[in-house]
Ligand binder design. Structure first.
Ligand SMILES: [Zn+2]
Length: 465
């Protein structure tokens, strides 16, 4: 995610500390019920226990004029314990029917986004099962935390860490990755864009049905659908990877930047290893949106998007999408790397900028600004995930690079990314991994940069000087 300049300034001006963490999920007395949350310290009710989702098959019908959203979501999962009931996360239109293994199941909506399902027969540990959820009603419109209405009359989905629950039920946690397929039907004059590879685009009787498939596993906030009167830019990488980019009316001005997508992918690949997905592109929406978001293979771009934003969101495909956080306290793994790539590495390698001089100038400017150092990079606190990682994160990685030297730094981050591809990683794992690559003791360096809330001492600001 990259915030608009105005939003970033507003956050910087109103930085809050001491926001209390939400209370932990209540202990569940029934050992045969799947936990309603996975206990993330920031969002304890996100995700659910007792099963592992393997594949989502989402079929929707959307009527832009009436905002009516009809859906059927089929989830293939495997029980990881004996289950007499389990939860999905869902906050979308009214439910019609839920079935498990093709038998009608009981269901109950509770809390902000919990859907408790009681199958007719208990689910046995280790065995696959299928949940099918039918729903229909007016789309639950949000402002940047899910289903969002566009001024054109279209709609799109974006939100981090939440958003997916507004249009399909899921296990909404970074810890449960699954493949994802969408089939969406709209009036024929509208277009539909989503993640992955386009598998279908047919018009029958005034209705258009479009299919998209993510062959590499993904998680809720990285899935999207966008419905608008898009125009398209179709490109290919040298290796044949198809690149499909879509522009809403009035978003055409971004076409020039998007034409550089093959070059951007090549550049980031040279830093962090092979591009992890079999498709790429971008979705340029026309709506008041305070952030652009790294939705998998095909980011959602707000109208203020510039080249820096595109490089940022594409860098997230390695840091955030392929390698995802274990907990939201690990957000620096996503944003520090995306910001460093776009703010430092691209200007340095593509435009010949002296980013080391820029780093020193920035440090001089913020040396006495305590507010700049108030929010730690590791475990910034719930509600603070999207603050210091943008302005302090790139400085941390630049200092780490100076500390290790280019050769060790780039080899280490590339190897760490490959080791966690299509999975999860944490900041403590990153620290341990980098430490294993050098004889220098990095304890003081990491503590000063990641945990302390003050300017790091000179030895860590200017390593090797
Ligand atoms: Zn970002």
């Amino acid at each position: 995610m990259r915030l608009s300049w105005l939003t970033a300034c507003a956050i910087a001006a109103t930085l809050l500390t001491g926001i209390p963490l939400p209370a932990g999920a209540d202990a569940i007395a029934d050992p045969l019920a799947g936990a309603p949350g996975l206990g993330d310290p920031y969002y304890p009710l996100d995700g659910n226990g007792g099963y592992d989702a393997r594949h989502y098959d989402v079929t929707i019908d959307y009527d832009p004029p009436s905002h009516l959203l009809t859906g059927t979501t089929r989830i293939d999962a495997t029980a990881t314990q004996l289950l007499t009931r389990f939860n999905l996360d869902y906050a979308g239109p009214e439910l019609r029917m839920v079935s498990v293994n093709n038998l009608p199941a009981g269901f109950d909506r509770n809390g902000d986004h919990e859907l408790t399902i009681t199958p007719l027969l208990p689910l046995l540990p280790g065995l696959p099962f299928t949940v099918t959820v039918d729903y229909a009603g007016p789309a639950v419109a949000t402002e940047g935390e899910g289903w969002t209405l566009a001024p054109s009359g279209g709609a799109f989905v974006s939100g981090e860490p939440h958003g997916a629950t507004t249009w399909y039920p899921l296990n909404d946690t970074p810890l449960d990755k699954a493949t994802f397929a969408l089939r969406a039907t709209v009036p024929a004059e509208w277009e539909v864009v989503s993640n992955g590879v386009r598998t279908q685009d047919t018009v029958i009787g005034g209705r258009r049905t479009v299919g998209w498939e993510s062959h590499q596993p993904t998680i809720g906030y990285l899935t999207t659908v966008a419905i608008d009167k898009f125009s398209f830019l179709e490109q290919r990488r040298a290796n044949g990877t198809p690149l499909v980019s879509a522009f809403a009316p009035n978003a055409e001005k971004n076409r020039e930047n998007e034409q550089r997508l093959p070059e951007i992918l090549d550049f980031i690949e040279s830093l962090y290893g092979p591009y992890p997905f079999d498709a790429a592109g971008g979705i340029y929406v026309d709506a008041e949106l305070e952030f652009s978001l790294e939705t998998q293979t095909r980011p959602i771009y707000a109208p203020w998007t510039d080249l820096n934003t595109v490089v940022h969101e594409i860098a997230h495909q390695w840091w955030g999408d392929s390698v995802s956080v274990r907990q939201w306290s690990d957000i620096c793994l996503n944003e520090c790397f995306a910001s460093y790539t776009a703010d430092y590495l691209w200007p340095e390698r593509k435009d010949g900028k002296d980013v080391d001089a820029e780093y020193r100038e920035t440090i001089d400017k913020v040396r006495d600004k305590q507010q700049f150092w108030d929010i730690p990079l590791e475990n910034p606190g719930a509600g603070n995930e999207f603050t210091s990682v943008y302005y302090r994160g790139p400085l941390f990685l630049h200092a780490l690079r100076k500390q290790l030297g280019d050769e060790v730094f780039f080899a280490a981050v590339r190897e760490f990314n490959a080791a966690h591809a299509y999975g999860n990683a944490s900041m403590p794992e990153f620290r341990r991994f980098v430490q294993s690559k050098t004889a220098k003791d990095l304890t003081g360096f990491f503590t000063a940069w990641l945990n302390r809330t003050e300017l790091p001492p000179d030895e860590y600001l200017y390593p090797g000087s």
